[in-house]
Design a protein around this ligand. Structure first.
Ligand SMILES: Cc1cc2nc3c(=O)[nH]c(=O)nc-3n(C[C@H](O)[C@H](O)[C@H](O)COP(=O)(O)OP(=O)(O)OC[C@H]3O[C@@H](n4cnc5c(N)ncnc54)[C@H](O)[C@@H]3O)c2cc1C
Ligand SMILES: [Zn+2]
Length: 687
């Protein structure tokens, strides 16, 4: 491909234009609070004199969804004409409505599309989360968002959004009824072969063909979307929403379902309902309305009327799927964007917005780099971190040693530190924790060794040999070598028991108290054991798995509650004379489990939290009126180790029961898989 020669004046103008674009980008950077300046890497790596729009690039885009159409428009804005090939014979977007978040609206703003979108839909002024009785869990006005970014969320009918994108892109370069079957010669000039037997070649090809992308199959054939077992229905209808739902997006959380409702303007309401309680493989009913009404039967407010008012033909059903974000998104002269590259479940309402960010960034990269492969590489660099943050999954790019729970025999004390290491000696059996600690600083002295001034986090403990920094402060040695049978119990003290114990301690468990434990993983189960040891009278374990319920009872649970969310809280209230529990141990770390914990505690009660939080956002007013003591964080296991080791060695407790799978060290991956698939509570690895 020959780059176009430009005279100097033109180059300067381009340069100024791009500077301007970059300034605009920096506004965008702040649009999504989770983003860490997504365009930084790009800006640093693109000096002005390398940039010149290359009209000979002319990509072929597969798919006329949000990503494909936005890319076509953004490219044209930069002087690049693209052709789009779409499988459908006519464009009928799947799903009823969509919320376009402020980050997407800023880009649409730059493309001159924001106002038409707002006019055709509705600008949202409030985002609210309610329980099924319509009590507010959280609510926020978007006034400050608008002030800061110029836009709030736009809620719009999908068909309207598509019409606006299509009107702008035009029909001239859009080919319908072209379903991509395969791609040939992708390294140089890719040729798309369509199911109708025709083919098209282009200098580069963009796969914007959605979650079941045929283009992705070529780049990463093994990357198949993960099924979540959750069904999602959506619909749109004319409906007179109560005033508190107008200009709002509202999510209502029931037990195993949640429903979103949005005013999309012009007297219409869009809704979606997600349920994990329906068999995905059931025969699909011809009339789903009765099934949906059953799911929301306990919801107060307009949910049932809204579903009843929606014609069956306007309701669509999909099983939610996603894919762990992973590079590469490109190979040779082919690149994926939008759901084709990184589909997520709609939980954060960001899938479409990320597709729009992709389109904007890729258009910029293609305009600035002459070689498509170079542009694609820059695009991946610019976008991957943000996408990963939004989907909330930590990427592991290569085989990585991990693990922070350990016990064993001291082989050697480091030469350089031998003088300082006085207590720990070769031949001793020792247990340590996931955080190293000197055990002497003011924080350690106060019992918070996991925040020691010299703390390091341990990793790579799933190995035959492990180096432990600050050995004297971190490790606790047993007096004699323990018997083989007691070693699993001692290993449990290293993390899961230490953490469950801290949870009970931080929730102020005392003799006679009523305790609720949220979460039935190893930590939750050992939280039950800890509460029993501390003399709790009643211990209510919230668990759905039969095997785990059984173990919870063995560890001392007096009651089991299987319900979650509102229903779970109602059950706890039933069991505690309507007031809630004295102590609640939160051992999961999700928004739902945290709210469940706080709302299960009585006023004046204690809530501890030891699950590493994933997207937990607490609302000030809710906390204010809950009137509970909150205490948690990474457990200072070192504080409790001497006591816990004694309890195990004296056989007062047997925390080793949480290990229900033992594997040799070289099968560590299978150990994680078993825990992930809930086949094992906790895997024990032996050298
Ligand atoms: C229930 C639900 C609610 C959602 N709500 C929101 C929300 O509120 N906000 C938000 O930002 N996101 C939301 N999302 C996510 C959002 O819908 C997607 O992230 C977005 O549509 C992705 O756009 P895309 O262009 O990458 O893919 P798609 O929209 O799937 O478009 C892909 C296009 O490619 C075409 N195609 C497929 N295969 C081929 C082929 N072989 N050859 C040619 N063409 C092909 C398809 O026909 C389609 O037109 C939601 C998703 C779901 C499931
Ligand atoms: Zn310290």
């Amino acid at each position: 491909m020959q780059p176009e020669r430009k005279n100097e004046k033109e180059n300067q103008r381009n340069c100024a234009q791009r500077k301007n674009q970059r300034q605009q980008c920096s506004i965008l950077m702040d649009a999504v609070p989770t983003s860490k300046r997504p365009f930084d890497a790009m800006q640093r790596s693109m000096p002005c004199n390398r940039m010149s729009a290359d009209t000979s690039v002319q990509p072929l885009i597969i798919g006329a969804g949000i990503a494909g159409l936005t890319l076509g428009i953004a490219l044209r804005d930069r002087g690049i004409e693209a052709e789009i090939c779409e499988a459908a014979p006519e464009l009928r977007p799947l799903g009823a409505g969509i919320w376009m978040a402020p980050n997407a609206m800023q880009i649409f703003g730059r493309l001159g599309l924001a106002q038409p979108i707002i006019d055709a839909g509705a600008e949202v002024e409030r985002v609210a989360l309610l329980d099924s009785r319509l009590h507010e869990i959280s609510s926020s006005s978007l006034a400050t968002v608008r002030e800061k970014f110029g836009f709030t969320i736009a809620a719009i009918q999908r068909a309207e959004l598509h019409r606006i994108l299509l009107d702008r892109f035009g029909n001239r370069s859009l080919r319908l009824g072209k379903r991509l079957a395969s791609i040939e010669n992708h390294l140089a000039a890719p040729t798309a072969v369509f199911e109708d037997g025709t083919a098209a070649s282009a200098p580069c090809l963009i796969g914007a063909d959605g979650i079941h992308s045929a283009a992705r199959h070529l780049i990463r054939p093994s990357a198949l979307p993960r099924r979540t077992g959750q069904l999602c229905w959506s619909g749109l209808t004319e409906f007179d929403l109560p005033w508190e739902f107008r200009r709002s997006t509202v999510e209502i959380w029931g037990g195993r379902s949640r429903m979103g409702i949005a005013d999309v303007g012009h007297g219409r309401a869009y809704w979606f309902l997600v349920s994990s309680g329906v068999d995905v493989a059931r025969p699909r009913p011809s009339d789903c309305i009765a099934e949906l009404l059953e799911i929301v039967k306990d919801y107060d407010g307009p949910s049932r009327d809204l579903i009843r008012a929606t014609p069956v033909s306007a309701v669509s059903e999909v099983e939610l799927t996603d894919l762990r974000p992973r590079l590469p998104w490109s190979a040779g002269n082919i690149c994926l964007i939008g759901d084709a590259a990184h589909p997520t479940t709609p939980n954060l309402g960001q899938g479409g917005a990320q597709a729009v960010e992709d389109a904007w960034t890729l258009a910029r990269c293609l305009a600035e780099y002459r070689e498509p492969a170079q542009a694609f590489h820059a695009f991946e660099t610019a976008r991957f971190k943000k996408v990963k943050t939004v989907s909330g999954i930590a990427e592991i790019a290569r085989p990585t040693p991990m693990g922070h729970e350990y016990c064993g025999i001291v082989e050697e004390v480091g030469k350089e530190v031998r003088k300082e290491v006085r207590k720990i000696k070769p031949g001793q059996f020792v247990v340590g924790s996931f955080a190293t600690s000197d055990n002497t600083c003011v924080i350690c002295q106060d019992g918070y060794q996991s925040s020691c001034l010299q703390r390091e986090f341990m990793s790579a403990a799933q190995a035959a040999l492990l180096r432990v920094p600050l050995a004297d402060g971190t490790l606790v040695a047993t007096r004699d070598l323990p018997s083989k049978e007691l070693i699993p119990g001692l290993l449990a003290t290293s993390d899961v028991l230490g953490t469950g114990w801290f949870a009970a301690h931080a929730a102020s468990v005392k003799p006679g108290r009523t305790v609720v434990v949220v979460g039935d993983g190893a930590v939750g189960l050992l939280g039950v054991l800890s509460a029993r040891q501390m003399g709790a009278e009643r211990i209510i374990a919230m668990s759905r798995h039969e095997a785990r319920q059984k173990l919870a009872r063995e560890f001392g649970a007096t009651d089991i509650v299987t319900e979650r969310g509102d229903e779970g809280i109602a059950r706890i209230k039933d069991l505690t004379k309507g007031i809630g529990a004295d102590s609640v141990l939160e051992c999961v770390g999700t928004q739902e489990s945290m709210m469940q914990a706080i709302r299960s505690a009585r006023p004046g009660g204690f809530v501890s939290y030891v699950g590493v939080p994933h997207g937990v956002d607490l609302d000030g007013a809710g906390l204010f009126f809950a009137h509970v003591h909150l205490h948690g964080g990474p457990a200072p296991v070192r504080r409790f180790l001497p006591e816990l080791i004694d309890l195990v060695l004296n056989e007062k407790i047997d925390p080793a029961k949480v290990f229900d799978l033992t594997l040799p060290l070289d099968q560590v991956a299978e150990g994680y898989r078993a825990m992930d698939e809930r086949r094992a509570i906790k895997t024990l690895l032996r050298t």
